[in-house]
Design a protein. Structure first.
Ligand SMILES: NC(=O)c1ccc[n+]([C@@H]2O[C@H](COP(=O)([O-])OP(=O)(O)OC[C@H]3O[C@@H](n4cnc5c(N)ncnc54)[C@H](O)[C@@H]3O)[C@@H](O)[C@H]2O)c1
Length: 356
């Protein structure tokens, strides 16, 4: 592959608009085509953004270099494997796959075929998180000892017309939102080695609150409140809570506490937000963030994957990082089920910060 990569979107739903709009900020790729099992969704996206509208089979047989997989998690493994076997590099939305076995399989298949596999979340490549990483590397909070991460919400029951999809295997608060936090902490502080978790369903009686299916009750197949202590290879601990059990509202918190101070980070589900530091004097201060302008958006992980491919080096939002996060999340639930700590098999090399 030489020059600007030709990208084809598979899965033309809500998040495809973010990628199609954000693509203007990157010169390593151009989105040229789109496909969806629902032809009307593909036609609509194609018309909005001037993309060639194809069937999934046609897109995989076309001359696109990269498949951008924006299907729901339950379709990820199938789409990734088909795209790789069609000779395409793949960048996928989170969560990598719905099961750990599939996550191992897609990473191994990309390796076997010598193709790139990248995965969201890529918010840790934002200007704010890169500034945070630079502060940590410069010793601004001493040695990181504790990461505290909380995502608490009511679940999408009230607003999402198909809210039941968030309560199926591969989703729930841990796999839908947890990857933002687990990925950010691993990128800032390094890999995980062991987990102790507790996963519960506090409220199983749920129904769809809007749209044509309003009032329809659905079954809950995943834990709706998950707490975990995760040990890092460095010896630091991460305390993670993900929950769909609030009555209402949205709480997103991420902080790294070190031997000499603390950092309060933006919501890792976003590309901006305040960054604050508390040093030895005990006062919180806002930190100026070196933003990336219109590159602070979804797509920066794909851009980095393509630049790294051209440079012959590893990319940051990698399938291997997503696999490590998937194994960590799976081990949290296993730890809860088995009533014991679980050691992890996978690891990652330190994620080099993306230059400003
Ligand atoms: N919506 C968000 O705010 C958001 C934010 C971040 C990440 N994501 C992630 O983005 C992905 C997509 O989410 P979304 O909200 O856009 O979903 P969506 O339901 O709005 O769109 C998904 C599209 O994929 C299509 N699809 C399903 N199976 C397919 C298959 N096998 N082949 C081709 N197309 C298929 C559907 O017809 C649909 O048009 C998910 O992995 C999700 O976790 C979504």
């Amino acid at each position: 592959m030489t020059g600007v990569a030709r990208v084809g979107i598979v899965g033309c739903g809500v998040i495809s608009r973010n990628y199609a709009t954000g693509a203007a900020g990157f010169d390593s790729f151009e989105i040229v085509a789109c496909a969806d099992v629902d032809g009307a969704s593909a036609a609509k996206l194609g018309e909005e953004f001037g993309l060639e509208v194809l069937s999934v089979d046609e897109l995989l047989a076309s001359d696109v270099d990269v498949v951008l997989n924006l299907t729901p998690p339950f379709a990820h493994a199938e789409v990734i494997l088909r795209a790789l076997r069609a000779g395409k590099h793949v960048y996928t939305e989170k969560t990598l796959t719905t099961t750990l076995g599939e996550a191992y399989e897609v990473v191994a298949e990309a390796d076997r075929l010598g193709l790139r596999l990248g995965s969201a979340p890529d918010t840790f490549l934002s200007g704010a998180f890169t500034t945070a990483r630079t502060l940590i590397d410069d010793g601004a909070i001493g040695e990181p000892r504790l990461a505290v991460a909380s995502f608490l919400g009511a679940g999408p029951d009230a607003w999402h017309p198909n809210a039941d999809i968030f309560y199926r295997p591969g989703a729930g608060p841990l796999l839908d939102m947890g990857p933002y936090y687990l990925t950010a902490i691993a990128a800032l502080c390094g890999p995980y080695v062991r987990v102790a978790g507790r996963a519960d369903v506090l409220r199983a009686d749920r129904s769809i609150g809007s749209g044509p299916r309003e009032g329809e009750r659905f079954e809950v197949h995943v834990p709706t409140h998950v707490g975990a202590t995760v040990e890092l290879a460095s010896g630091a601990l991460a305390q993670l809570t993900t929950s769909f059990e609030l009555a209402e509202g949205y709480i997103a918190e991420l902080a790294i506490h070190g031997t000499e101070g603390s950092l309060e980070l933006p919501d890792p589900n976003t590309f901006g937000g305040p960054l604050r530091i508390r040093g030895p004097r005990g006062e919180w201060e806002d930190v100026p963030v070196a933003g990336r302008g219109d590159r602070d958006t979804r797509g920066i992980g794909l851009d980095d994957m393509l630049r790294s491919l051209a440079a012959g080096c590893g990319h940051r939002a990698s399938g291997r990082l997503a696999l490590h996060v998937m194994e960590t999340a799976s081990a949290i639930v296993r730890s809860s089920d088995e009533g014991r700590s679980v050691d992890l098999e996978t690891t990652i090399d330190a994620v080099e910060p993306l230059a400003a």
